[in-house]
Design a binder for this molecule. Structure first.
Ligand code: ACM
Ligand code: ZN
Length: 776
């Protein structure tokens, strides 16, 4: 069946000719075609009508189109009565009848006219023009009128500057990207356990101490903060683009950086260090001390000076109650206020701050935890941001509170695209089912949340794109159903738009699941692929093709896993088509990396799936484990398939709270030059490298000789995931190899989950009679 484009009314066949309007993201509300064409190459200047009272608008418009046009339009003075100038120009005209944020763009043979009532409307119209100029700057545009405006008043992105600091320039770059896709809220997460980012007069230690943390990998410190001037620059830059900056100052939890600076604000008195681990931490602001409220009011008073936003976010999420439970001051507060428990104490805390803000004309925004302990009725202007599903949004709307909807399922852009893919983002509807029309009116909109635990500022684009345009579509326009395949088509036409802002997108999805197995009888690996996830389902009916590329990876033995983006095949890789659903890899004596890629219409779609295959003496040999483990998994230790950074890739053998003690029968006496076993460490997931690995050899499985111990120097506090190899070089001959990895058994004392069982993750026990890692 032919698909009809909602904007142009044209069928899918015609869509393949790039109709300029049909490639806009988000799709505009309406398009009325007229006769004739406009040639953007002829566009000479931008002129502001006398009715526009904003003197900066002409220059702003000219500047904002430079990257799209490759030249700057002349910013001309308003025409006097009787002046005539017939060369094509962009006219900006005030139109007070248009609602806020709306614009009308007229495309006529002799020029363009952009009409709006407010700066945001002009900014959104200019974003549309930017896309048209970047993608179709040399095509003739069909004439007609775009009438456009958003479905939702809150179209946001949370930028977490706490976990990783971004320089101001990088924050401005994020605003450019938001403006390009007509977002209107930058939710700026400024305080965290791992860093306090806002300089506050009178509280110097917040930034002297709280803005810096020790780096575990390679030593050094990570940090930075924003001065008042930095903030003013960001706010003004955003305002010019129709974007409101909503600051978030977290309370009562996620504040360990502030407590490191001022430990007297805690229940216990500290001392504390700025947190170096990701997670949820027990030390929070003491609800019993008045100094805490004096402190927070000092901070917020400064925030109100810097941020004109009516909405002020105070967090409120993930605040453990244990310190309050044990603190005499908190318990005294509880009694004095007639509160039942610590949940009500949290709600009292938030209400107190909400009232303080309300007296100053601002509205408190908090994560859905602020509903716990009873928010309703007592803080009428408060806004609830729902993140743990949409239940918070439902409860808030039913209680008469405005809500911003950003569930982890659709909105967490820190997630891997294999978990949250483009199609799922596109399917997001901020209005949860089950609300009456009156309750629906409380849904202000939605937001994508970019938490940055694993996203240093140089990698923001990889995480934001291509999902950000899909979220823009979900928040700007509200058709009942969106076709992900058609969206992919339009997204492809945004390559030149991305190029204009130097945006390098990451993957849209992980559509391929590749299962690799060693076939002992045929002495080769067999890889089977399947399509996974909503985007894969969307393209599956349209004859996608899978291709593969193979690289020799002897270098593997000196490095870690190869599944880093920078190691992926270059854009011009010759993909070899795969016939059917499996690939047989017969590579003689080589260790290899196999890349498989889904192609749609001949172009790569989603991330390649990477399989690293190690050829060695123990391949396919039986493994016996000391009891307590499911023996089914043990074959992973000798299947020749290395693990990736994703611990759930099915390629790691894992065990919790126990040593790994494995014996391999090599089938007969075999020369053993080197034995190597690789472990994953991911402290945030309770996975630690073993303390030591003991290696033994035997000819009969009864009498054992010690072949050496493997140790390592990776700190257990290291935040990054790391693969730790343990090797010995026996240069012996043996039939049996025993590997005993000694686990720490539980998470260390400093860990957020101290005392809980820790995990060992091993992917492969490699036995080689030649090659392999060099002996130190
Ligand atoms: C959140 O993700 N903790 C709001
Ligand atoms: Zn306390």
């Amino acid at each position: 069946m032919a698909r009809q484009d909602p904007i142009t009314g044209e069928s899918a066949g015609i869509m393949h000719l790039p109709h300029p309007i049909a490639t806009l993201i988000p799709a505009p509300r309406s398009w009325r075609p007229a006769s004739g064409h406009f040639r953007p190459d002829d566009l000479a200047r931008v002129r502001v009508d006398a009715g526009v009272r904003d003197p900066s608008l002409a220059g702003f418009a000219a500047d904002s189109l430079v990257a799209a046009l490759g030249r700057r339009l002349e910013a001309a003075a308003p025409l006097e009565d009787g002046d005539v100038d017939r060369s094509p120009e962009l006219r900006l005209a005030a139109d007070p009848d248009l609602p806020t944020e709306c614009y009308r763009l007229l495309i006529a043979p002799l020029g363009l006219e952009l009409r709006a009532a407010d700066r945001a409307g002009f900014a959104h119209g200019l974003a549309t023009l930017f896309q048209l100029c970047a993608a179709h700057g040399h095509d003739g545009w069909p004439c007609g009128t775009i009438d456009d405006g958003p479905a939702f008043a809150w179209r946001g992105l949370l930028l977490d500057s706490g976990r990783h600091f971004q320089p101001v320039k990088s924050v401005l770059g994020v605003i450019d990207r938001l403006a390009l896709y007509r977002f209107n809220v930058l939710h700026w997460h400024l305080t965290e356990d791992q860093g306090w980012r806002l300089e506050v007069p009178g509280l110097p230690r917040l930034t002297q101490v709280g803005a810096w943390r020790d780096e575990q990998a390679g030593g050094g410190r990570h940090g930075g903060f924003y001065t008042a001037n930095d903030v003013r620059e960001v706010v003004a830059y955003a305002q010019a683009r129709g974007i409101n900056v909503v600051p978030e100052i977290e309370m009562p939890g996620h504040c360990q950086a502030a407590l490191a600076a001022y430990p007297e604000l805690s229940c216990t008195g500290g001392p504390f260090a700025v947190q170096t681990q990701w997670g949820i931490f027990p030390d929070i602001y003491c609800a019993g001390r008045e100094e805490v409220f004096a402190f927070l009011e000092t901070v917020l008073a400064h925030v109100l000076e810097l941020f004109p936003s009516v909405f002020i976010h105070v967090g409120g999420d993930e605040a453990p109650r244990e310190r309050w439970h044990d603190c005499p001051r908190c318990q005294a507060r509880l009694a004095a206020e007639g509160l039942q428990d610590e949940h009500q104490l949290q709600s009292w805390f938030i209400r107190r701050m909400g009232n303080w803000l309300a007296l100053r004309g601002r509205r408190l925004v908090g994560w859905d935890e602020i509903l716990e302990g009873g928010l309703a009725g007592s803080l009428p202007g408060a806004v609830v941001q729902s993140w743990r599903g949409v239940e918070g949004a439902l409860a808030a709307a039913r209680a008469g509170h405005d809500t911003v909807v950003s569930p982890t399922s659709h909105c967490y852009f820190d997630y891997d695209p294999g978990v949250l893919d483009l199609a799922r983002v596109l399917a997001f509807d901020p209005v949860p089912p089950g609300l009456t029309p009156a309750e629906q009116a409380h849904v202000l909109g939605g937001a994508a949340n970019l938490w940055t635990e694993y996203v240093p500022y140089g990698q923001l684009d990889r995480q934001l794109f291509p999902r950000l345009p899909a979220m823009a579509e979900a928040l700007w326009s509200r058709p009942a159903v969106r076709d992900p395949r058609a969206f992919l088509d339009r997204l492809r036409r945004h390559d030149p738009v991305f190029a204009a802002l130097d945006i390098r997108p990451g993957a849209s999805s992980r559509p391929l699941w590749v299962d690799a197995a060693w076939d002992t009888g045929r002495s080769r690996h067999v890889l089977r692929w399947n399509l996974e996830g909503p985007l894969a389902a969307a393209v599956a009916g349209e004859a996608p093709a899978v291709s593969c590329a193979v690289q020799s990876m002897w270098a593997l033995w000196t490095g870690g896993p190869g599944a880093r983006p920078e190691d992926l095949p270059a854009a011009d890789t010759e993909w070899r088509p795969v016939a059917g659903h499996s690939i047989e890899v017969d590579y003689g004596d080589q260790s290899l990396t196999v890349f498989t890629q889904l192609l749609v219409d001949g172009r790569p779609c989603g991330a390649p799936e990477v399989v690293e295959l190690a050829r060695h003496q123990a391949l396919g040999r039986p493994v016996t484990l000391k009891p307590t483990f499911d023996p089914g998994d043990a074959s992973r230790l000798t299947d020749g398939v290395l693990g990736t950074w994703r611990r759930d890739d099915g390629r790691w053998f894992s065990c919790a709270g126990a040593d790994l003690d494995a014996t391999i029968d090599l089938g007969g006496p075999v020369p053993v030059k080197v034995v190597l076993v690789r472990f994953l460490q991911d402290a945030n997931a309770r996975i630690f490298a073993p303390l030591v690995v003991h290696f033994h050899l035997s000819d009969d499985g009864i009498a054992w000789r010690h072949a050496g111990d493997g140790t390592h120097t990776v700190p257990d506090r290291q935040q990054d995931k790391v693969v730790v190899p343990f090797a010995v070089w026996p240069k012996d001959t043996a039939r049996f190899v025993r590997v005993h990895a000694v686990s720490g058994l539980t998470c260390p004392d400093w860990h957020p989950e101290a005392g809980q069982p820790s995990w060992l993750y091993a992917d492969q026990i490699v036995v080689r009679d030649q090659g392999g890692p060099t002996e130190p």
